[in-house]
Design a protein around this ligand. Structure first.
Ligand code: KG4
Ligand code: ZN
Length: 350
């Protein structure tokens, strides 16, 4: 808990993709209520997120989800001292629902409002649960839209060290799951099936593994899986499990290897891994083993704080508010905005 946020009770709202989430964080460090309304059933028939359907469902859900988070926290709106909302990046229509609701509430209750960068939120989740995670540290963001390494500093915006040149790792999980005929949402389903498979069944390429630099690439791996799927038609249960396990091993090996290289190159001893793919059990186990072997500090939030949630937005927003930042009614959503852009920067408090 940092002193400037003592006494704060911040409402966070997150609606950047297909989850509408609201949460309340007290004193910058304690989650007292957190509700996530997912839309898997809405998008399942289409095998992926349909933006128009996502924003319509957000409109229907937003006030109930905020009310449910307040209920869980046993608080009335009167207790809230500030509002934090994801302002980008994400689906524009989805972002605008949370942002408009947050603005209206801030206006009505005369509360300070801040827009938070979605990835600053993901990184804040690691700091929220791990007191020992102090900047400078390496942040690995692995989600459906991002695969990137950042150097996180106390007093300036995170510096991008490397990112994917094509697909995000979560996107690769989702696409490979589809190729294997697994139900939407693909990532978690693939990871469950992979536990029954042989990760050494197919030696898929570890993209860019031999090359210098800290970038990632996942489209070649996805294509390699597509070729193997075509070669083995028709797939039986064992094929699906073995291909899932072999893909998962290739996808996660690269993340561990790149993180180790970045820690070394940057002279850092702490690593935070955040975003939906950080919920992956194999990745968590491999990272823990690497941390034990190499002696670096590893911070990975519990799975519910890895996938999209609003506690991370409230936590990141608390720091902005404690620094005296306020966004006016001109604050608007941005579908693409770099984390190192000043716009929604929300750096660590310590
Ligand atoms: O952070 P997140 O909830 O939303 C974005 O900001 O994108 O991440 C969602 C991504 C999806 O691609 C999903 O398939 C993936 O995270 N994901 C997983 C697991 N749980 C979620 N991927 C692999 N294993 C998991 N257990
Ligand atoms: Zn996310």
């Amino acid at each position: 808990m940092s002193a400037p946020s003592a006494g704060s009770v911040v409402l966070g709202i997150e609606s950047s993709c297909d989850e509408l989430a609201a949460a309340i964080v007290r004193d910058g460090g304690t989650v007292v209520g957190s509700v996530v309304h997912g839309q898997d059933a809405v998008h399942r028939p289409y095998g992926g997120v349909v933006p128009e359907l996502a924003s319509r469902d957000h409109v229907a859900a937003v006030s109930q989800v905020v009310a449910a988070a307040l209920d869980e926290a046993r608080l009335e709106l009167d207790a809230i001292t500030g509002i934090a909302v994801t302002a980008g990046p994400g689906l524009l229509g989805s972002l605008l629902v949370g942002l408009s609701f947050a603005k209206a509430l801030a206006f009505q209750r005369d509360l300070p409002l801040v827009g938070v960068h979605h990835l600053a939120g993901h990184l804040a989740a690691a700091e929220l649960v791990d007191e020992a995670l102090r900047p400078p540290y390496l942040g690995l963001v692995v989600s459906g839209g991002h695969t990137a390494l950042y150097r996180v500093e106390a007093d300036r915006a995170p510096a991008l060290l490397g990112e994917t040149r094509d697909d995000a790792v979560g996107e690769a999980f989702d696409k490979v799951a589809k190729l294997l005929g697994l139900p939407y949402p693909g990532g978690p389903a693939l990871s469950r099936i992979a536990e029954k498979g042989d990760a050494t069944a197919v030696d898929f390429p570890r993209p860019l593994a031999e090359q210098a630099g800290l970038d990632f690439s996942y489209s070649g791996l996805k294509t390699a899986v597509a070729h193997e799927v075509a070669r083995r038609q028709p797939l039986d249960g064992r094929d699906v499990a073995d291909l899932a396990a072999s893909f998962e091993a290739a996808a996660t090996d690269v993340l561990v290897a790149r993180s180790r290289r970045a820690l070394e190159q940057e002279g850092l001893g702490r690593l935070a891994v955040v975003g939906g793919v950080a919920a992956n059990r194999r990745l968590r186990a491999e990272l823990a083993a690497a941390a034990a072997r190499q002696g670096f500090h590893l911070a990975v939030p519990p799975p519910a704080l890895c996938t999209d949630n609003a506690a991370m937005i409230a936590a990141a927003g608390t720091r902005l508010l404690a620094r005296g930042e306020r966004h006016g009614w001109e604050l608007t959503a941005a579908s693409r905005v770099a984390l190192d852009a000043e716009a929604f920067y929300s750096g660590p408090a310590r």
